[in-house]
Design a binder for this molecule. Structure first.
Ligand code: 9D3
Length: 236
């Protein structure tokens, strides 16, 4: 059983986030459990303040460290990164993190029994969270989000489908990249003629060797066009 704990100032964001597809089935099957925690629960002042002005000056506000330290202590039972057992991962979602990949998802699915996801916000999070609490600092890509919440949903989805017993874990025996390092070949289904848009003839003829050759060729073309970076480290 893998347990996810999400720490956020927008718990409502996750209301139905895990209620679909493989995540829903994995939850129903008891493979995973997800708990969403409102960071304000650990804010003790009258106004439940989650953020404050940056030391040294500058624009914007910084998410305070002390409520996050209290939350991690309550949720994990431990006070510092060095104290967790090795199957506990505390992930800070921030634009400064390592870019999330399939191999990092596989690492989390294999090693962890508890994954705590801390959602960043505002201009940033007090760096002591990265220094002393987080085992991992993860970004989901080079674009600006308004917070870590969408990233948390992405990480949960990518990890859950790799759990043994979740549909998806058997279809992707090779975690390392997308199957052979290429993008998928184009797929078609009925009807064979949609308003004059025809399914390629080769797929209708049933010559499996020719179909395999066509698919590989098309996957290569698409990868060259859309993701030339993938070709550099694939052996095709
Ligand atoms: C690098 C941008 N920062 C410059 C001052 C400001 C900033 C922008 C967006 C600070 C925090 C955020 C909120 N984003 C996340 O918390 C975040 C994120 C993202 O923006 N992109 C990709 N992955 C992630 S994971 C968390």
């Amino acid at each position: 059983m893998l347990r996810f704990d999400v720490i956020t100032i927008f718990p409502d964001f996750f209301r139905e986030a895990f209620d679909y597809g493989i995540t829903r089935r994995a939850l129903a099957a008891g493979l995973v459990e997800t708990k969403v925690h409102d960071l304000r629960h650990w804010c003790t002042d009258k106004h439940r303040t989650v953020d404050d002005r940056p030391f040294g000056g500058g624009d914007g506000m910084v998410l305070k460290a002390d409520p996050i330290f209290a939350a991690i202590n309550d949720i994990t039972g431990f006070r510092r990164r060095g104290d967790y057992p090795k199957d506990t991962r505390v992930v800070l979602l921030s634009p400064q993190g390592l870019v999330f990949t399939q191999s990092l998802a596989a690492d989390l699915a294999t090693i962890a029994s508890q994954i705590v996801l801390i959602c960043g916000r505002y201009e940033g999070v007090d760096e002591r969270v990265a220094e002393a609490l987080a085992t991992d600092e993860i970004s989901i890509g080079d674009y600006v989000l308004s917070g870590g919440e969408p990233a948390a949903v992405v990480v949960v989805d990518a990890v859950v489908r790799l759990l043994p017993g979740a549909l998806g874990s058997e279809t992707s025996a090779t975690y390392e990249s997308f199957s052979d390092g290429l993008l998928d070949y184009p797929q078609y289904t009925r009807p064979p003629n949609l308003e004059g848009l025809h399914v390629p003839d080769v797929l209708l003829k049933g010559n499996h060797a020719e179909i395999a050759r066509w698919r590989r060729e098309e996957a290569l073309k698409k990868t060259e066009r859309n993701r030339p970076d993938l070709l550099k480290d694939s052996q095709v």
